[in-house]
Design a binder for this molecule. Sequence first.
Ligand SMILES: Cc1cc2nc3c(=O)[nH]c(=O)nc-3n(C[C@H](O)[C@H](O)[C@H](O)COP(=O)(O)OP(=O)(O)OC[C@H]3O[C@@H](n4cnc5c(N)ncnc54)[C@H](O)[C@@H]3O)c2cc1C
Length: 402
Amino acid sequence: MDFGLTEEHRMVQNMVREFVRREVAPIIKEYDRKQEMAPNILPRMGELGILGICIPVRYGGQGMDYISLGLVCEELEAVDSTLRVVMSVHMGLNSMALLQWATEEQKQRFLTPQSRGEKIACFGLTESGAGSDVAGIVSTARKQGGDYILNGEKMWISLATKAHHALVVARTNSDVPDPHDGLSAFLVELNSPGVTTGDIHGKLGMRAGSTGWLAFQDVRVPAENRLGEEGEGFKIAMSCLDDGRYTVAAGATGLIRACLEASVKYAHERQAFGREIGKFQLVQQKIAYMVQSHDAARLLYLRAGWMKNQGLRNTRETSIAKWYATDASFQAASEAIQIHGAYGYSDEYEVERYLRNSKGAVIYEGTSEIHQLMQAGYALGYREDASLRCELPAYDPKIWQE
Ligand SMILES: Cc1cc2nc3c(=O)[nH]c(=O)nc-3n(C[C@H](O)[C@H](O)[C@H](O)COP(=O)(O)OP(=O)(O)OC[C@H]3O[C@@H](n4cnc5c(N)ncnc54)[C@H](O)[C@@H]3O)c2cc1C
């Protein structure tokens, strides 16, 4: 495994770092306070090619590898988690699922405009009564002639009111012994008659982002918009999470770095008992733990990215990267506030926003408890990954850049 970054990786890293430093950092606090998404974020991410970063050029993408995706997420979340959420849902949970599972025709219709940033994509799995327990999904898609009729409601959907396309998981069969086998996945155009969307207000964090709901009332979805086979929805959703969780892990690594940098800066500036607080060993200990968790989180996500590049199944490695990095980013943000004392408790500094944002990531894309169950399951031999009908393709620069 070679974790050295190529020149191309560094170019992507610098491009995104400059974008967020110049265009996002100066305005993000204002939009976090207003609890709305800055209007230029999605168009600019599209223009810069970020929304198609690891998608082959022939599908409108930039033809870069999966490590580049991780680096993008790390840089975005070092300024604000809401930008990385865009990558998690648009790219990780939707576009990469198309790369893995879609027919050629579906790739042309959905993936290409998404990669170019002309269309924004989201992911509708969670319902008010079904989060961790996906088998509890009650939205239905009933076959009628050449269409499916979709009914139900999806909750807690990032970009619900910004997206044009949604990957929606609904029940096509209630009469199966295992309820997981009765789910199917659909590519839904959100301007279809019968679709309504709305935003959720009053969130703890992710306030400069968009989280909402999708409601479907007798929405006609053409059968050619079904992703994969009927009954394959659960497997598709879990494969989406392998990519979404990777983006979350990489982003959380960027958030730990932001906490570390803010803490080091403040520890040099702030004086107490006649010296800068960085001289106190208890403050040093907090900083040392941030350094440790940053390096560990980074190595864990790079391992998962390397495995994706090789075309190796990485559900276990991505889960541990996501679990570790998000728990560690919450801890780092909490300690960063502690180092800032009372100033950290106000939005004069960035660290209170880091803490509010970091909490979301230990809930979505598998709560920390779900990842613990997964890891124990692998260790105890209760869980193993069967091969999938369609795997995420290994990165091949020739094919990607053709
Ligand atoms: C900001 C934000 C953005 C989101 N974006 C999306 C999105 O774009 N698309 C989407 O589909 N969803 C999205 N979600 C939803 C998210 O994926 C779910 O909230 C998550 O899966 C947890 O489900 P839940 O909230 O229903 O909690 P529940 O599943 O009800 O869990 C409640 C508690 O019980 C625990 N628990 C549950 N089962 C077990 C078990 N077997 N063992 C031990 N403990 C257990 C959980 O760990 C948790 O602590 C988002 C959520 C948030 C907060």
